[in-house]
Design a protein around this ligand. Structure first.
Ligand code: ZN
Ligand code: ZN
Ligand code: ZN
Length: 190
């Protein structure tokens, strides 16, 4: 098993992006992706280079254009840089855990595949971020700002990310209203 840290939640688009480079990648909400300094400012640690199984899905990839995480198992998808997301042939193949019956205290649930852009986004808030698969406006200077939000696949997997260490806060606390697996009638994300 191999693990790569340095992945982050973007407070602007609600997607997962790689935060380990100086350039943070193109955000569909405009400008670059941005990790929050509080709240969701975790350093997510992702498994890669292992086979998938009943509770883990392979074919998740880093996009060299937008620095976001996307699912490469379907054709299509949309990159905020334009066109489709694109992987580096030499890059890791990530394997994401989902729907495991037990949730551990260092794991964060409510991550979902977006049918619009094929990215991974956090679905635990009422707002659904900004999706590069939706219409956009061009700002002065040429920056693309997408207007619509991410959308989950109705019968899609519920992904869980490992919060190995953190910037803040000390540990993830499960939203008691949402529970695990997510309760659609009570969880704002579902
Ligand atoms: Zn972003
Ligand atoms: Zn991309
Ligand atoms: Zn999306």
């Amino acid at each position: 098993m191999a693990i790569q840290g340095g992945w982050a939640f973007c407070e602007k688009c609600y997607g997962l992006f790689y935060n380990g480079y100086e350039y943070k990648g193109k955000c569909p909400a405009g400008g670059d992706h941005k990790q929050p300094q509080t709240g969701m400012g975790y350093n997510y640690q992702l498994n890669h280079s292992i086979p998938g199984n009943q509770y883990s899905q392979p074919q998740w990839e880093f996009c060299v254009k937008c620095h976001g995480m996307f699912f490469n198992g379907y054709s299509g998808g949309h990159c905020p840089k334009g066109g489709k997301h694109e992987r580096n042939e030499q890059a890791y193949h990530f394997v994401l855990k989902h729907d495991y019956p037990q949730l551990y205290s260092n794991e964060q649930p409510y991550w979902e595949f977006c049918t619009g852009c094929h990215g991974l986004f956090y679905n635990g808030f009422t707002g659904k971020g900004r999706c590069p698969g939706t219409p956009y406006a061009i700002r002065p200077g040429g920056d693309r700002v997408h207007m619509g939000s991410h959308g989950r696949q109705p019968n899609g997997y519920h992904f869980v990310l490992y919060v190995g260490d953190y910037i803040s806060p000390p540990a993830y606390k499960l939203m008691t209203k949402c529970a695990w697996p997510p309760n659609p009638s009570k969880c704002p994300g579902y």
